[in-house]
Structure formats: C-alpha cells, structure tokens
Write a protein that binds this ligand. Structure first.
Ligand code: ADP
Ligand code: MG
Length: 256
C-alpha cells in the first residue's frame, strides 16, 4: 500500500509560520534515494526554512517529514537525533580546521576519530586510510593533502568541507548555495563534484546561480511562497510561464 520505502524523504502537508507569516505552506515533496535534487526559487520562497525543518533546527507547525527506510518522522525528533540518523548540512561559509592539513581535516571528521583531541591517540586502519584517499580523490584535493587548510582558496575550502561531510557517509546531504562566492572555474568544478556523487548519495542542493543550476540539474523543484510551484527537468521549469513570472515579475517570458 505505502510507497514510502522508495523515498529517502517524504514531506507531506508541512506548514511553518513565523509570527503569522506563512514561510512554508502545506508543502509536499518527495525524493528518491540517490537523487541529486536542486531546489530553486526567488528570495523568501522558503528554501532555507525547508532545510531548517529537515534538520530539526526549527519545528513544523503541521505535517510529516518521513526519512529513510525506517520511516522516521523527523518532525518528532531533536536536531542531534536527526543528525545522528545521517542527515548532514553544508552551510554557505566553509568551516574547516584552518591550522590542520587537508588530510587531517578529513581524518578528524571520521566518525571514529571523535574530533581533535582523541585523534592524537587514534590510529588509522587500512579501511579508514582507503576511505580518506577515496574522499580526497572525489573532492580533487588528492595532490594537496599536506597543504594547510587555511591557505586554500574559498572554493577548495568548500570542497574540503564537502569531503569532511562525505567521510561520515551521510544518508542525506543538504547543500545551501555552494556556488556563492566562487570563481566561474570553481563553480564548474563544484558542479562536477556534485554530479559525481549522484546515485551514491542523496543530495539536495539549494542554488541561485542559474548557470550552475543548469549544469547540475536533474530534477528541479521550484519553491514559491512556501509551496512547490513547479517540478521537473530544467527545460520544463525554464519554459514554464508561472516560473518566469515569479522570477521576473512578468508573464510570457522565460527564466534567463
Ligand atoms: P529563502 O531561503 O528561499 O530565501 P527563507 O526560507 O530564508 O527564504 O525565508 C522564507 C520567509 O520566512 C522569508 O520571508 C523570511 O523573512 C521568513 N523567515 C525565515 N526564517 C524566519 C525566522 N526565524 N523568523 C521570522 N521569519 C523568518
Ligand atoms: Mg535562503
């Protein structure tokens, strides 16, 4: 009867208001396991609020957010419990251990290393070493593993932080505006990185940069006034007159 097990995330009738302002309004959203989903929408559409609801930073007023094969209802869990289920969020500003090497940043993020201090006594087994090497390759910093993280470019720090989350093998990765502040070349490489994770990880990317969205677009969800306005391929979204209207404030044009 239920189709829930196919989905990594099932959001049904979720609403959230702030002092009477409806930021998320009876939202329905379904995502398959292994999907790379991009969410776009004008400022104030509710994109960040949606991520806040998934991670438990804020609580929904109504509705359900069902996660994983075990059908956990995230609206009933605390933020740390949700994090423990394997939901990781990448914020806009990179936070890496600036004074440590690239390699150590990944190592210190291994769940079994439990952070900076215990890691002095922590010995890596070959499985962990292989995992670190694989992550370094994925984020294309394998030739920079001895570089001090504080000296990396903004884009490289962002990739390193993505690597620090990936090494924890999240079941759902939430990425808020990864291209912000990046050069064109870094933005393109970030797109390639996210595309390389498709199928292996379930990922939601929120993004403003349309060029970047076009690069990574698989299924695209357009949020507007806390609801899904349109969902589908980039082409179908871009040619939709209602989408053009909310972005550009006029009818009969397309999203640039
Ligand atoms: P987006 O990320 O799509 O730009 P947000 O989710 O940040 O939009 O915000 C959606 C709306 O909810 C905005 O009008 C914003 O001002 C409002 N909002 C978000 N968080 C809060 C909050 N903690 N208190 C009051 N209003 C908020
Ligand atoms: Mg936002």
């Amino acid at each position: 009867m239920s189709k829930l097990p196919e989905f990594i995330l099932t959001v049904e009738d979720v609403s959230k208001s702030f002092d009477g302002f409806q930021a998320i309004s009876e939202l329905n959203f379904y995502m398959d396991k292994g999907e790379l989903r991009t969410i776009i929408g004008p400022n104030g559409a509710g994109k960040s609020t949606f991520l806040d609801l998934i991670t438990g930073k804020i609580k929904a007023d109504t509705g359900k957010i069902i996660f994983g094969e075990e059908n956990h209802d995230l609206t009933k869990l605390r933020e740390y419990e949700i994090n423990r289920l394997g939901i990781a969020r990448k914020f806009q500003t990179p936070s890496v251990y600036e004074e440590h090497t690239v390699y150590d940043n990944i190592m210190l993020s291994l769940p079994e290393s439990r952070g900076v201090f215990s890691s002095i006594f922590f010995r890596l087994d070959s499985v962990a070493r292989d995992r670190i090497a694989e992550i370094l390759k994925t984020i294309r910093l394998q030739d920079m593993e001895r570089v001090i993280a504080g000296t990396l470019s903004h884009g490289q720090k962002q990739w390193l932080e993505i690597g620090m989350l990936l090494v924890q093998q999240p079941r759902l990765l939430l990425v808020d505006e990864p291209a912000a502040g990046m050069s064109d070349d870094e933005t393109r490489r970030t797109g390639e990185l996210l595309l390389s994770l498709e199928g292996k990880h379930s990922i939601i990317v929120i993004e403003h940069d349309m060029e970047f969205v076009r690069q990574i677009a698989r299924k695209v969800t357009v949020l507007h006034q806390g609801k899904v306005l349109k969902e589908g391929s980039m082409d179908s979204v871009q040619s939709d007159p209602t989408v053009a209207e909310v972005y550009l404030g006029r009818k009969h044009s397309t999203v640039a």
